[in-house]
Design a binder for this molecule. Structure first.
Ligand code: ASP
Ligand code: MG
Length: 414
């Protein structure tokens, strides 16, 4: 018997029939004696519908009222799911974020959870009730409804699991786990049984959108074991963990089978900017990147060439949507600095190898570069961290590059 937080996303509760299926699944866990806290999203498409309604009145709607509106989607689901559970003879109680008391700051539309009151939940659990909590929403100190940002129900689930010290937080979604890479690019991609929080963060921030990044950060910080699994597969109670499917995201264990590389992430939303012929003297990096930062453009990779004849070149990457703005700012900077030229390029992508195994193994970078070279793929930029090596390449090489690396590092289905 365990205390499990189960989160069901929009697709999993997209129709009344699916909500009834979710209730059946919860009953199976209850029947084995598990205590269950459920977190649900709005029915699929509902939050988008509410966003569109607001936007039809005002394209920058009042932030407080926007949260009052958006939070209604989840309220529908908690009520319907609790009805379905009660009908099956499983006592259940629904709670909005305000009722369960998920205290957040007052940053409407992107609030952060500060505290969760667990007293009421504990007494309900002791009475054998299933608790059904609305995801994505909370309440600030003044009693205003807040929301946590799109995809925020994942964070609600992890935060509840942390507050209740649950044995596991299960995120049910429409995919059955985290894959070595996007199966649409590499059909041989394999589902991972386990991955560390750190690796998952790298995969998520590089575009594998299985989980909200904040939820993974939260889980890592509070050591909440997270499992991603499909709400369309039957639970399997025969294995010694709670289910035998999905991907468990957890901390690094010594005995954890140390794959060299866990996955290959990629990002199509990259663009790069180069400023040529800037004087090589103290303060130049700051005078280039300071104004970019001030205009709220996020910078990713940065390269400065060694200088020839007292001048140097500076290249960095930004989100593709920010290219135009960054180029405008940089042209101004180039004028001020007396630089020669500014170039922008949005036909690039980033491909990254991710794996904690990199820490203890040398030669991974050279193997990566050799595999790409053999396919004639030119590397434009390189960046490394302890558990990641990223390269920027021409966008036409995205698929080839990912496939090449996936097989070079033996990640395919065995
Ligand atoms: N319903 C919200 C959204 O669509 C929150 C969530 O599903 O996690 O973003
Ligand atoms: Mg979601």
């Amino acid at each position: 018997m365990a205390l499990i937080v189960q989160k069901f996303g929009g697709t999993s509760v997209g129709t009344v029939e699916r909500i009834e299926n979710v209730a059946q699944r919860i009953k199976k866990f209850r029947d084995r004696g598990d205590d269950i806290v459920v977190v649900v999203s709005a029915m699929s498409g509902e939050t988008n519908r509410l966003v569109a309604l607001a936007q039809s009145i005002d394209d920058k709607p009042n932030a407080r009222e926007y949260d009052v509106l958006l939070s209604t989607g989840e309220q529908v689901t908690i009520a319907l799911l609790s009805m379905a559970l009660n009908k099956l003879g499983v006592p259940a109680r629904s709670y909005t974020g305000t009722q369960v008391h998920i205290l957040t700051d007052s940053a409407h539309n992107k609030a952060r959870i500060l505290d969760i009151e667990e007293k009421n939940m504990r007494s309900n659990l002791n009475e054998g009730k299933v608790i059904v909590v609305a995801g994505f929403q909370g309440v600030d100190e003044e009693g205003n409804i807040t929301t946590l940002g799109r995809g925020g129900s994942d964070t609600t689930a992890v935060a509840l699991a942390a507050a209740l010290k649950a044995d596991e937080c299960q995120i049910y979604t429409d995919v059955d786990g985290v894959y070595t890479t996007d199966p649409r690019v590499v059909p041989e991609a394999r589902r991972l049984d386990k991955i560390t929080f750190e690796e998952m963060l790298e995969m998520a921030s590089l575009g594998s959108k299985v989980l909200q990044i904040r939820a993974v950060e939260f889980a890592g910080k509070y050591n909440v074991p997270l499992r991603v699994l499909s709400s369309f597969d039957e639970p399997n109670f025969d294995s010694d963990d709670h289910t035998n499917n999905g991907t468990l995201i957890t901390y690094e264990e010594d005995e954890m089978e140390q794959a060299l590389i866990s996955g290959i992430a990629f990002n199509r939303d990259e663009a790069k900017l180069t400023i040529l012929g800037v004087p090589d003297k103290p303060g130049v990096a700051y005078s280039i990147l300071g104004p970019i930062g001030d205009s709220n453009v996020e910078i990713d990779m940065i390269i400065q060439n060694i200088s020839a004849d007292g001048t140097t070149d500076f290249t960095f990457t930004v989100h593709r949507n920010d290219l135009e703005e960054a180029q405008r700012v940089l042209t101004q900077v180039a004028n001020d600095l007396g630089a020669r030229e500014v170039k922008g390029d949005d036909k690039i992508v980033k491909i990254s190898l991710v794996g904690v195994g990199m820490r203890s193994h040398a030669g991974i970078a050279s193997k990566m570069f050799k595999s790409l070279a053999e396919e004639g793929i030119n590397i434009i930029m390189i960046a490394t961290s302890e558990i990641k090596i990223s390269v920027v390449v021409d966008e036409k090489y995205l698929e080839l590059g990912v496939r090449t690396l996936h097989s070079a590092f033996g990640l395919e289905e065995k």
